[in-house]
Design a protein around this ligand. Sequence first.
Ligand SMILES: CSC[C@@H](O)[C@@H](O)C(=O)COP(=O)(O)O
Length: 364
Amino acid sequence: MADDMTAVLRWADRADGGPAVVLLDQTRLPAREEERWCRDVPALVAAVRELAVRGAPVLGIAGAYGVALAAERGDDVEAAADDLAGARPTAVNLRVGVERARAAWRAAGPGDAAAAALGAARELHAEDARASAAMAGHGLDLLAGLLPARETGWRLLTHCNTGALVSGGDGTALAVVRAAHAAGRLERLWIDETRPLLQGARLTTWEAARWGLPHTLLADNAAGSLFAAGAVDAVLIGADRVSADGSVANKVGSYPLAVLARHHGVPFVVVAPVSTVDLDTARGADIAIEQRGAEEVTGSGDGRHAPAGVAVHNPAFDVTPPELVSALVTERGALRPTEVRRLAAGHEGPRATELRQADGMMKA
Ligand SMILES: CSC[C@@H](O)[C@@H](O)C(=O)COP(=O)(O)O
């Protein structure tokens, strides 16, 4: 979690005014740091759908605490778990977190089931913090292997928000950027605003400022000229789901960045925990892509900037094929996205040197 930040997500027990899952309401940021108390699963499902809590790893943690909440309240846990798992379709971590807590709840005796679900949620929360730290280290090693040493440091570009707001720790891609900064190797973080909900403009700038990262915000469609000017050394993004063929679903706008990166010979690096890899989904085309409301694109009320009633296409995510992804950094090290099946066999350790040698497209 970010230093001195209101907890991104916490469990409140009865002594603390709960039971409740308490979220830092990301819809209010950066203007206000407000807690949102979810006292039952419908409230938590609403918070997930509204993106008050968002980003793949923390969705899994929220889902697991949600199962614990239903159990603690004496609600129908199976139905609550189903509702939570289905609240958003693309980030596989949500389902993984829910199923982990549900399995613990099912396996426990009647008197212990709620405590077992809560224990599973807490365990997942702590594991995610450890995974985040490991990804930061592996990602930094990978960049050091891939990128030429620049006296002034690296210029990294990111999309959406992948920091402490999405994790039990510092996050995924943004954790690597933070590690690069701590190692004195970051010249600048370019932050895509990330239309239409502005996770980059609202959330990543907020985190970058707190961490003291040198950063600059740009409109998504300004990225191309930045690449053309040679001002981007690498792209770092997170993922909502990686299918068995190594395709990467992430916030819409990631795929065009991958195409740009390939055209300009710039590494395109995906940072995600192993829990984001879904070997049960064979291909990128099989990943369910969430479609969201038209008003997110058109604006609404007084701020409307498109004619009322216009037809809108608003997918929340897109899919980048594995051949455009230079490396996938997980808590177990870096690998080529086409090698994700190795994770099932317990792949360990970064392969930065091999990846560099095998990848003629990179500048290094
Ligand atoms: C580690 S976060 C990776 C992704 O979850 C993130 O990049 C993203 O696309 C989040 O989308 P969001 O719609 O804000 O939940």
